[in-house]
Design a protein around this ligand. Structure first.
Ligand code: FPP
Length: 250
């Protein structure tokens, strides 16, 4: 069965990797006169819709910016609330993800997460590791600069131990040491909430991503139809990768 609106997109030309900056939860809650955490709770419905639609459409990789390195600087009550929400959401949703053949992964400084969150996450990753459908990657305690630094350190260690020659370090070698490992680069980066910035997300991996900033929608209101509209916009763009328009048309 077609997802409503699916006829708008060409399913033979889907972005392989969609990354999302789920912004605007706090402002959405404030609009309702509620605490910021209320917005994060409502963000879960948008996460579920997006994951479900991505799996149905045949998207291979979906990376969600769930908690950035910089988010640790938020008030403790909000950080604790998000971590709690992470635990309850993962434990509630992993069986459904598994049933739908979704593979769960996480990138970021996972060691810095609370023990309970780490455990839930690892259980979900272990359970779904052989699934072959959508790969859902949660970016947790993640930042692009953190990722580039950890990859650099890992490469330096290999050069020091003689496992790798400096001259053999290519873009491919570097990519393989990023937390995203073998995941293809981001094709489409969507940010809700009206801000037009990358906020230290997948910096290396988004080098040629199509950027889509949604001005009129906060994350808790994002639904399948918005994902489909975003993919339709992606398909209207001409991706030239530094070549001329004539070259890519031929
Ligand atoms: C950004 O909105 C949102 C976050 C920092 C947290 C996102 C977390 C969730 C949606 C819940 C957990 C998700 C999963 C996958 C289990 P903001 O707080 O910066 O909003 P604002 O810009 O309006 O202040």
């Amino acid at each position: 069965m077609l997802t409503p609106g699916e006829e708008k997109i060409d399913t033979s030309n889907l972005p392989a990797h969609i990354a999302v900056i789920m912004d605007g939860n706090g402002r959405w809650a404030r609009q309702q006169g509620a605490m910021r955490i209320f917005g994060h709770h409502h963000g879960i419905k948008a996460v579920k819709d997006t994951v479900e639609a991505s799996a149905e459409l045949g998207i291979k990789y979906l990376t969600l910016y769930t908690f950035s390195t910089e988010n640790w600087n938020r008030p403790k009550m909000e950080v604790d609330g998000i971590m709690q929400l992470l635990v309850t959401t993962i434990s509630a949703e992993v069986p459904e993800l598994h049933k739908n053949n979704v593979k769960l992964k996480a990138i970021g400084d996972i060691a810095s997460l609370p023990t309970k969150a780490k455990r839930q996450l690892q259980d979900g990753i272990d359970l779904t590791k052989n699934n072959t459908g959508l790969t859902l990657i949660l970016a947790l305690s993640y930042s692009g600069k953190w990722d580039i630094l950890q990859a650099t350190k890992a490469i330096v260690e290999k050069v020091k131990s003689g496992e790798l020659e400096t001259d053999d370090i290519t873009e491919q070698t570097f990519s393989a040491h990023l937390a995203t490992e073998e995941t293809p680069d981001v094709d489409l980066l969507i940010r809700t909430g009206g801000d037009h910035r990358i906020s230290n997300y997948l910096l290396w991996q988004s080098a040629y991503a199509e950027l889509l900033f949604l001005d009129d929608i906060f994350w808790p209101d994002f639904r399948k139809k918005d994902l489909i509209e975003a993919i339709a916009e992606f398909q209207r763009r001409e991706r030239r990768f530094g070549k001329t328009g004539d070259q890519v048309k031929n």
